[in-house]
Ligand binder design. Structure first.
Ligand SMILES: Nc1ncnc2c1ncn2[C@@H]1O[C@H](COP(=O)(O)OP(=O)(O)O)[C@@H](O)[C@H]1O
Ligand SMILES: [Mg+2]
Length: 312
């Protein structure tokens, strides 16, 4: 029997719906369940063929557990090693190299020294920064936002250097990026599953939370739709995420990718709405089953070659 475990935190609707949907598919030899874990023994298989991870970004214990599970043959969605290594600024740079439109973005040093460090820890830092050069490159308005974050936490829209400096002061010891604002007429959020299935959702970031996924999901123009689907697949293929959302802000017909590191994307029924919820539950259920039935994977990791006897 191939076992699929779902690992989650506070979310209410998606995990049980996923377990139920997988089991309702009735695929012989495959079962899904709510994962259980206690003290984790090193180098011992987890007992699950596939794990869908919705929470390890908040619980380091789970991240470490998942790495050990992957080492012992579990297919973990999403890859816990890459998720640990990844950050949004790297992703903007990668996207640019892949030909996906991204607004000009600069990585800034922490405003406050990270805990346990002092100015002596940062003697390599240019001071003062060339703020004028940064402003000329990024332009105003701009968004100051964490290089690794989510849920709109510590995201500031700034219209001038003064507003930027005030927001930067508030950002404390977070590592921030400054990104040119897209003056968008349309905005979309795309689920990308298994690096092959894309569901484009019209989104209104200015609306109250429960109305952000625009009811009825009016479609994009065919050209825009094609480009967003292509860019979303390019990004998730390169990043190796099997479950992700890619957000596009569209200015004058150009979709700018501004948020595409969401390896545990919002999938709550109350926020995404019934139709989007059905789509994502179904797509993830089918992916999980396909993975459970697939032959063992050799993760693209350096140590994997050593374990296979391939040396360097
Ligand atoms: N470059 C940008 N141009 C226009 N709007 C932006 C930009 N960056 C962020 N935003 C706005 O801020 C919101 C949150 O930023 P985002 O990058 O999506 O971070 P999070 O991961 O916290 O969702 C976006 O949904 C969008 O409304
Ligand atoms: Mg976002």
């Amino acid at each position: 029997m191939a076992r699929i475990g779902v690992l989650y935190g506070m979310e209410e609707s998606f995990p049980p719906a996923l377990v139920d949907r997988i089991n309702a598919l009735g695929v012989e030899g495959v079962r899904a369940e709510h994962l259980k874990v206690g003290g984790v023994r090193m180098a011992v298989p987890s007992g699950y063929d596939v794990i869908i991870d919705r929470i390890s970004h908040d619980i380091p214990f789970y991240r470490s557990y998942l790495k050990n599970a992957a080492l012992n043959g579990t297919k973990v969605i999403n890859n816990p090693f890459w998720w640990s290594a990844d950050d949004k600024f790297f992703n903007y740079a990668l996207a640019t190299k892949l030909g996906v439109a991204v607004p000009p973005t600069v990585l800034l040093p922490h405003k406050k020294h990270p805990e346990g460090t002092t100015d002596r820890s940062m003697r390599n830092l240019e001071f003062p920064l060339d703020w004028q050069g940064i402003f000329d490159y990024v332009g105003f308005p701009a968004f100051l936002k964490p290089h690794d974050g989510g849920g709109w936490k510590s995201v500031y829209k700034v219209n001038s250097p003064d507003e930027l400096f005030a927001a930067y002061d508030e950002s404390g010891d977070l590592c921030m990026t400054l990104q040119g604002a897209v003056k968008f007429q349309e905005y979309f959020r795309c689920y990308v599953i298994d690096r092959q299935h894309v569901h484009v959702m019209r989104y209104d970031p200015g609306a109250p939370h429960h109305l952000r996924y625009v009811p009825g999901n009016p479609p994009a123009s065919p050209d825009l739709q094609r480009r967003m689907v292509g860019d979303a697949l390019t990004l998730c293929g390169a990043l190796g995420y099997d479950l992700n959302t890619v957000e596009f802000a569209v200015e004058d017909g150009v979709p700018y990718a501004i948020d595409f590191m969401n390896p545990a994307p919002d999938a709550g029924l109350e926020s995404v709405g019934q139709d989007n919820f059905n789509w994502v539950v179904d797509a993830v259920a089918k992916m999980a089953v396909a993975r459970a039935l697939a032959p063992p994977e050799t993760p693209e990791l350096h140590w994997a070659r050593f374990l296979a006897g391939g040396g360097q």
